[in-house]
Design a protein around this ligand. Structure first.
Ligand code: NAP
Length: 332
């Protein structure tokens, strides 16, 4: 087990080999064929990051320290390594300390929970993310329960999940939030639309469905036991796909004009001995059918990271204010 405090990923070289910005091919094809509108997360994320950079500088000025985001990675998982590499770069951009805590896949549940408890107790750590998936022998529920809900900035603790389902204010799972924010910030109306979500995980599909319901969409949730996926996806006016299956949704499963948010991040061979990132939607066949689609990479991913750091700011501020109130330092 090693606790990397320098914010670098050592488990894989994938983060360096896969592209992290939208593929120019897709941009070119769109321009040449007047294809669908690309819902890029990058510009929205940049706007959020600009605000965050100022806000974190003000935080440091006010409280005298830089808050830390701790990311716990158990074992090596290629998509996780890509995702975490992006988060750590975003931390650097906005002036937050990113701390990658790498733990071997043979860790016991007790040892992992102890590690999380020590992060809970560390006043410099404002937020904790435990990257999924965990090895099969580690009980997920035990690990999730061990995260302090006040530092659970990706909204996986039952307290935050419960607040979301009741419509109250808590930490939202950032990817789910990003899949909805990218629609709202692109001016796409959700209220009254037939919205289909593929995937029902606690971190993406289910919370995305709840957030879309909050926006007054009419929601269907599909999963691995759904018979005839295309029957439902063809009915969608807005389709969110978060299954982790490259090419699961093809153009013939879509209705003309549908808006597609492709949350999937899959590392696949590029046919030339290297690797590339693709989503769950087959972009080539979908682009002639959809009216708008998020690119992979460059869609939901960058926005996820920026939103996550807005949660970190809120967590850090709450914790600093609580600490000041406890020590009678509130008027500082
Ligand atoms: P997950 O926990 O593996 O859940 C996948 C969901 O998809 C499950 O509900 C599963 O159904 C469903 N599914 C799998 N195969 C299916 C099929 N053939 N037809 C219909 N549904 C199917 O994955 P996750 O954590 O939700 O992540 C989903 C994807 O989002 C992954 O590619 C992940 O890498 C990506 N992701 C992206 C970001 C980002 O920032 N863009 C962040 C996190 C994750 P069952 O419940 O029946 O098994």
């Amino acid at each position: 087990m090693s606790d990397r405090r320098d914010g670098t990923i050592v488990t894989t070289g994938l983060a360096a080999t896969v592209p992290t910005t939208p593929a120019p091919v897709a941009e070119t094809a769109t321009a040449a064929t007047a294809g669908p509108r690309l819902l890029a997360g990058g510009p929205i994320a940049a706007e959020i990051r600009a605000g965050l950079t100022a806000d974190f500088a003000a935080f440091k000025e006010r409280w005298g320290y830089v808050p830390t985001l701790a990311i716990v990675l158990v074992g090596a998982d290629a998509p996780s390594a890509v995702y975490l590499g992006q988060i750590l770069r975003t931390c650097e951009k906005v002036g937050v300390q990113g701390r990658l805590v790498e733990i071997g896949s043979d860790v016991t549940a007790d040892a992992l929970c102890n590690e999380i408890e020590s992060l809970n107790a560390d006043p410099a750590v404002a937020g904790i993310i435990v990257q999924m998936p965990l090895p099969a022998h580690v009980p997920l529920r035990t690990v999730i329960d061990s995260i302090d809900p006040a530092k659970d900035i990706d909204g996986i603790h039952p307290r935050n999940a419960g607040l979301l389902s009741l419509g109250y204010d808590g930490f939202l799972p950032a990817t789910a939030q990003a899949s909805v924010e990218i629609l709202k910030r692109s001016g796409i109306e959700i209220a009254g639309k037939r919205v289909v979500v593929v995937g029902r995980s606690n971190v993406v599909g289910k919370p995305a469905a709840l957030l879309l319901l909050r926006e007054h969409g009419t929601i269907s949730i599909l999963h691995s036991k759904t018979r005839d996926l295309g029957h439902y996806t063809r009915d969608a006016e807005i389709l969110i796909v978060a299954a982790g299956k490259p090419g699961l949704v093809t153009g013939e499963m879509l209705s003309p004009g549908v808006v597609v948010v492709d949350v999937g991040i899959n590392v696949v061979p590029d046919g030339h001995g290297a690797e590339r990132l693709v989503g769950d939607v087959d972009f080539e066949s979908a682009q002639g059918v959809v009216s708008a689609i998020t690119p992979v990479p460059g869609g939901v991913g960058p926005l996820t990271n920026a939103l996550l750091l807005t949660h970190l700011l809120r967590a850090a501020t709450d914790q600093a204010e609580r600490g000041a109130a406890t020590t009678g330092d509130a008027a500082r």
